[in-house]
Every structure is written in structure tokens, then in C-alpha cells.
Design a protein around this ligand. Structure first.
Ligand SMILES: *Cc1c(COP(=O)(O)O)cnc(C)c1O
Ligand SMILES: [Zn+2]
Length: 393
């Protein structure tokens, strides 16, 4: 292993041996630092590797040492779709949809959990525990099964039934909690401490970010090693946003792409918008959101550990943050499904609704290339998640 870990809060560094969690000194998440910028020959090598290797085609840019094998189900290499009809419907931008529903386990959580479970198993972990809004639990259950490890999952009782069904189908030990993901996080902590299972919570280990980094690497490669103007991303825990920010910084530093960094926009539901509130207040950290409520369960994260990092990514990329009401994100999902044939999840619908607002308000110009994320499969939310929203029949 030739990478090290650097604390995103206090700058402390350490080696990557064992099973690192968060910074011992200040409790902030670690960021993986590589000894050299991406080499030119690494690019030629990855371009030669088969697309079927998915995100591990980028293994030279990921925390995988020579001779190590990843725990993989073929995640990544998802389509970046030209969405002409949807673009016209929401205000006329050149719109691209990164469709993460195409991943194994039905969401982009596959990328993060593939990387995290890979490193954890190589570090000696044999049992995992995590809190989930749904998709992370499904991915952890599947990658745990793939690695032959036990997985325990805490999910809110209100999680859509198909997501819970998938967690159980992959053989995880599923526990329902009366409350939100924060309450599930507390149960996770206790269980991990008492039973020695590794805690796979968002940003409580360093490698989910590296898996999500491949979102940014893929977008750059799919655009011919050019960067889009703006990226609109439904943010909950923030690993995707932070991962893409890190990807673009690393690519620009290595000279693989020219800057500037794409402007990153975080999207949340008005029912749970701690990042948007902090952004609008000019704050560098998030305050816990009381009574989080939204059908976009992936966005129901009232107190994200990665709040500071997300706000830094938004600031440094000169992006922003947008909250949309549930009725609007449901309409966004309907447009994405009916105009483009994409199996839109409510979080993807939120990104569409936010892109429409950004175009209408002039924060994003019609001449810009805009990437909107469909982060997961709509089918996993059950028939008609729209029906739970006021004003929908
Ligand atoms: C987890 C999740 C999100 C939020 O992603 P983060 O990277 O944690 O911010 C968005 N959409 C879906 C479908 C999710 O499962
Ligand atoms: Zn620290």
C-alpha cells in the first residue's frame, strides 16, 4: 500500500494499515492521498482495460495494491445519456443524465461499498454493520455476501418495502428502527462496539469516498477527458459529492483534464435540507435538521458527518445548493421516466427539479453542459412513491 490518510479536519496524516475509521485526534473523515499524481501511462493502461471491469478499470487511481483483487459485482461503467427531450422540457440546456440505476444492487451505493468492503476484507474484517436509508444497506448486504462476511443493517421502519426486501434477500441481518438514519447510526455504534463488527457508516471509514470518486473519473472519460460545466447531485451523506470533487482535483492536478472544476450543486428536499440551509447562511458546517421528512429516503440525512467537506466542495467549485419540495421532485422523476425512459428514483427526480430551477434562475446557463444524476432505480421505492406526496393522487 503506497497511499496514506490525511485528516480532512486537522491535517494529521497516518499510514493506511489496519482498519482505519475516522481521525483519532479530531473525529473528522480521512481522505486518501496518493504519493504521485496520476501517471500518463496509467491513462493508456486504463483505456486498454475492458469496460466490463467497471469502476475497477481505474484501479491505478484507487486504493488497490498490485496483486490485490477487489470485491466486485461489475459496478460502474454506467451510461451518460444525452437527454434532449428532458433538456428542452426543463429550460433548454445540453442535459446529460448519469444513470446510476444501472449498477449492481440498483444504485451508486455499489461503488462505495465495493471499495469499502474490498479494503476492509483485505484488512481482516469479517463482519460489518451499518445504518441505511435503503440503498447502502442493499449494497452492503450484496458485497458482504460476495466477500463471505456477515452484515447487520439498521434501517428506519419507514424505508420502502422493496429496499428492505433486497437487504434481506442478500442474507443480511436486518433490524428495523422507529426513527431516522441518525437513530440507526446510534444503534450501529453500540453494536459495533459490543461485537467488534466493522462500522461501514458513511465517512466512518476512508474508502467509500474513493469508490464514489469513480463517478467523476467516468464522467471525465465519457466526455473525452473534458469536464462538464455543472453537475447537479442529490446529496444526503455526501460521499458522491465529495468523491467527485476529489476526482476532479486529482485529474486537474495530474494534467489529464483542463480546469476549471465543474460547478457542483447539491440538491436536497425542503423536508430535510441541512446542507442547503448552511450554504444559504454562509456557514462552513451543517446544523442537525429536526424532523427530517421526504419520500427521497436517500436524502433523509439530518446531520451529515461530511457537512464541512460538502460545503467546501460547493464553495471551491463555485457551485451551490438547492432545496426542492417533494411534489416537485416527484414531478422531476416523472419527467425523467416518461421523456427519457430512465427508471427514475425520487432523488434523481430532485436533481431534475433542481436543474430546472437553476436554469430558470440563471445560475446555470443554457449554453452549459449539465450532468444530472439519477442515483438509483425507481423500482426499489415501490409502486408509486408519488402517492405519498401531498397534492398527488
Ligand atoms: C445515498 C443516496 C443518495 C445520497 O448520496 P450521498 O452520496 O450519501 O450524498 C442519493 N440518492 C440515492 C438513491 C441514494 O441511495
Ligand atoms: Zn483530525
Amino acid at each position: 500500500m503506497d497511499w496514506t490518510l490525511e485528516c480532512s479536519g486537522c491535517g494529521l496524516t497516518r499510514d493506511a494499515a489496519g482498519l482505519p475509521t475516522v481521525c483519532e485526534a479530531c473525529g473528522s473523515p480521512w481522505l486518501v492521498r496518493y504519493p504521485r499524481p496520476y501517471a500518463r501511462d496509467a491513462r493508456a493502461e486504463l483505456e486498454r482495460r475492458p469496460v466490463g471491469e467497471g469502476m475497477w478499470r481505474y484501479r491505478a487511481l484507487l486504493p488497490l495494491a498490485t496483486g490485490e483483487a477487489p470485491v466486485t459485482l461489475g459496478e460502474g461503467a454506467t451510461p451518460l445519456l444525452e437527454a434532449t427531450r428532458l433538456g428542452a422540457a426543463i429550460g433548454g440546456a445540453r442535459l446529460l443524465v448519469k444513470d446510476e440505476a444501472a449498477n449492481p444492487t440498483g444504485s451508486f451505493k455499489a461503488r462505495g461499498l465495493s471499495a469499502a468492503v474490498t479494503r476492509a476484507v483485505l484488512g481482516g474484517a469479517r463482519a460489518f454493520v451499518l445504518p441505511t436509508a435503503g440503498n447502502a444497506g442493499v449494497a452492503a448486504a450484496a458485497y458482504g455476501a460476495r466477500a463471505g462476511a456477515n452484515v447487520r443493517v439498521y434501517a428506519p421502519r419507514s424505508t420502502p418495502a422493496p429496499l428492505l426486501g433486497q437487504i434481506a434477500a442478500y442474507g443480511a441481518d436486518l433490524h428495523l428502527v422507529d426513527g431516522h438514519i441518525g437513530d440507526c447510526g446510534a444503534r450501529t455504534k453500540t453494536y459495533a462496539a459490543e461485537h467488534g463488527a466493522m462500522d461501514l457508516s458513511t465517512l466512518r471509514e476512508p474508502y467509500r469516498i474513493e469508490g464514489k470518486k469513480t463517478l467523476g473519473l467516468e464522467i471525465a472519460e465519457q466526455l473525452g477527458w473534458r469536464l462538464p460545466g455543472a453537475i447537479v447531485y442529490p446529496a444526503g451523506g455526501g460521499t458522491g459529492l465529495i468523491g467527485m470533487w476529489k476526482a476532479f482535483l486529482e485529474l486537474i492536478e495530474a494534467g489529464w483534464v483542463a480546469g476549471p472544476m465543474p460547478r457542483l450543486f447539491a440538491v436536497q428536499s425542503t423536508g430535510c435540507a441541512p446542507v442547503v440551509r448552511a450554504w444559504e447562511a454562509g456557514s462552513d458546517h451543517c446544523e442537525a435538521w429536526p424532523n427530517p421528512e421526504t419520500v427521497a429516503s436517500g436524502l433523509r440525512v439530518p446531520g451529515p458527518l461530511g457537512g464541512r467537506l460538502m460545503l467546501r466542495a460547493l464553495r471551491e467549485s463555485r457551485g451551490g445548493a438547492v432545496a426542492v419540495p417533494d411534489a416537485e421532485l416527484v414531478e422531476g422523476a416523472r419527467l425523467l421516466a416518461t421523456l427519457e425512459g430512465v427508471d427514475a428514483c425520487p432523488e434523481g427526480g430532485a436533481a431534475v427539479a433542481a436543474a430546472r430551477r437553476l436554469l430558470a434562475g440563471g445560475s446555470v446557463a443554457r449554453s452549459e453542459t449539465v450532468v444530472v444524476f439519477n442515483t438509483g432505480a425507481g423500482v426499489l421505492y415501490g409502486r408509486g412513491f408519488a402517492k405519498d406526496v401531498d397534492g398527488e393522487s
